[in-house]
Design a protein around this ligand. Structure first.
Ligand code: NI
Length: 257
């Protein structure tokens, strides 16, 4: 069976406390042999690391999400940096800019937290997992201004157009697609998924969020990344096995697995 790599999930979250072992079993029975569990603040980063350390095939990222950017202090950042020296940590993230909710920290606070974590990634030579929502231009501007310290990484749950994807590709990033690419009314996203070069394409669930068709609306889980693989293979006129092999190869290269 073709092996899949879910490059972004939150399997150590409370949502999975009741049945995490069953979720892992379904993940494996769907051919998903590896996944990356992504932190979004200090506590979730710790959980992700503990889980990755004791679970074969599970890797993790530590970082502070833009929604929690106001918690990025010298103390929390140094705590993250300490965690990141563990070999289960393969990336810094998720970090970025999110201007979707008015209640989010100000753009300036988000930019500062993002730049400080980019610097950390650069010191540690780790790739970065980016979360960008309603802020593609702001994110591109920040990345272009800090080109010197970029270490590569993933535009997670990509939600932009092919035009925007091309800009991120020029900066050396991978583009990762989640459930929304399977939705019926997603022509722009599907255009991007058709065009991203095969050596820069990744797939993910972002579970428990973003469940793909045909399980849309339910709690998502890593095993469902196969639906994302199926859809993109169909969009590109490739077989499921070919797309699985290419995206898993890319993920292994990026996370140094
Ligand atoms: Ni996430």
């Amino acid at each position: 069976m073709a092996e899949l790599f879910d490059t972004h999930c939150h399997l150590s979250d409370l949502d999975f406390d009741q049945d995490r072992d069953a979720v892992l079993e379904r993940m494996h029975s769907n051919g998903v042999t590896r996944c990356a569990v992504i932190g979004y603040d200090v506590a979730s980063s710790k959980q992700a690391l503990l889980f990755a350390e004791r679970t074969p095939g599970v890797f993790c990222a530590v970082g502070i999400h833009p929604e929690h950017a106001d918690t990025a202090t010298p103390e929390t950042l140094s705590e993250l940096q300490k965690m990141a020296s563990n070999s289960a940590v393969r990336a810094i993230g998720e970090i970025g800019i999110d201007l979707h909710w008015e209640s989010n920290p100000s753009l300036e606070i988000q930019q500062n937290a993002c730049v400080q974590q980019l610097e950390m990634a650069s010191i540690l030579s780790l790739p970065v997992c980016f979360h960008v929502r309603d802020a593609q231009m702001e994110m591109l501007r920040l990345l272009k201004e800090h080109k010197r310290i970029l270490t590569g990484g993933i535009m997670h749950c990509f939600s932009g157009s092919w035009e925007v994807a091309k800009e991120y590709l020029k900066l050396g990033f991978y583009i990762s697609f989640a459930g929304p690419v399977t939705f019926k009314k997603a022509p722009k996203l599907q255009e991007a998924a058709r065009n991203v070069p095969l050596d820069r394409l990744l797939i993910e669930t972002d579970s428990p969020y973003m469940a793909p068709e045909p399980v849309r609306g339910r709690r998502n889980e890593p095993g469902n990344v196969r639906y994302v693989c199926e859809k993109i293979a169909e969009l590109r006129g490739m077989t499921y096995e070919e797309l699985a092999e290419r995206t898993t190869g890319n993920a292994c290269r990026l996370f140094r697995v």
